[in-house]
Design a protein around this ligand. Sequence first.
Ligand code: HEC
Length: 447
Amino acid sequence: MAKNLCLARVRFWKGVAGVAAVGFVLCGSVALKADFTGSSHLVPLDEGAIQYSNANSYGPIEKLQERIDNGTTRLKHEPKHGYLLSLLDQLKVLQSSQMLVFSKTSLQRDLISPKTPRALYFNDDVYVGYIPNAPLLEISVADPKLGAVFYTIEQTKQDKPRLVRTNQCLECHASSKSMGVPGHLVRSFTTDEMGMVDFRSGTDLVTHRTPLAERWGGWYVTGAHGKQSHLGNLAGEAAFKRHAKEPSWGGNVTNLASRLDASRYPVTHSDIVALMVLEHQTHMHNFLTRLNYEATLRIARYGEVKYLDSPVEAFLKYLLFTEEAPLTAPISGTSRFTQEFSAQGPKDQQGRSLRDFDLKTRLFKYQCSFLIYSAAFEGLPGALKEKIYRRLWEVLSGQDTKPQFAKLSPTNRRAIIEILAATKTDLPAYWKSESSPTAPAPAAKVL
Ligand code: HEC
């Protein structure tokens, strides 16, 4: 037993070390923007209080497996998409969230090409990857304690299909690109006609901070976006050269029929709004994991989270979209994602929700991430969450006048306070009892 554990750890570290070396080559051209000092350094995942490889996860996948095993759920297999549709349905992932990526950047990269891109789907906690005729579906989950946890499921029909947890994926999914923790990725690369990536090109990581002009290399993008240019829908040198001369080329595509056989996928879109939400969300999940790891390690060693001010400040900036790349023209998607995503709420008495889109000058109407409701946020260690809530209150109530938050208008700060007060159950008492946004907060002692 001990021997096995030890071997697992050696294998794991070998994987991570390999990625660190690749990462060095990849980011030769573009420096990774650090959220806070040291935020991209690898955390030793299996040492001390974290124990990533040994810890069990009990999330949506384990719960689904239990239902399959005890016969309360049957995953339906169909000839065209295997288990995909039933899996999305069971995990409550919207088909309309579909996005298509054709750069060869995955475990099953040989099967991916501009003719057979990988489809990705997501909700607040789960991401699913599907390639037509591939042997495996790929799944990642944002576990509130462990960060990203990975699974595969075989696409051949079985009596009781198994969702198998695997650490193989950390080779790419735990590196400086995912804030040094097991995480989620969105990249943007130049590719050739077959989807082979030019590693000298591209951004390290796409988040809501990345200008649209640098996004979506290696992805299909369906939707309208006016004169804003991007690198989506381009494969091969000739396409990129033409785009360089004619930046609108490859843009405002609403139908992919001429590029691939879209009937092999559940829906025919690679929705621009879904892509933008994904890019906000993946970095948010990674940030939550990184904060959780930092706090867990500090609490195990010193019993407090006193010195986490700088990660918390950086997190607040991301949570509140302060550095979001501005939109210069309206955006609209092609699938039902925009409506279906925003309908999920939760809404306050006036019908307002953090999922309401703006899509004119920015992504969301109210600049506070909907992932504040997620299991990953709610599962942060209590002392850290209290620290975040305290600072969030100071910023939103207008007591904090620091320039980095100046982009948030007083009206929007007020609206966000009201929406959160009406919809969030775990806020500290001072949040709800202080009716005036300018009233001073009580001097509560924060650990
Ligand atoms: C060779 C590198 C590589 C390996 C190995 C890899 N992935 Fe990924 N994965 C990526 C990249 C890069 C992305 C971002 C999307 C893209 O560019 O294709 C990604 C995205 C994903 C996504 C979308 C959301 C997210 O978490 O980023 C899922 C789901 C996923 N991978 C699952 C897996 C699973 C499961 C495994 C292991 C069985 C795995 N991947 C192994 C490179 C890899």
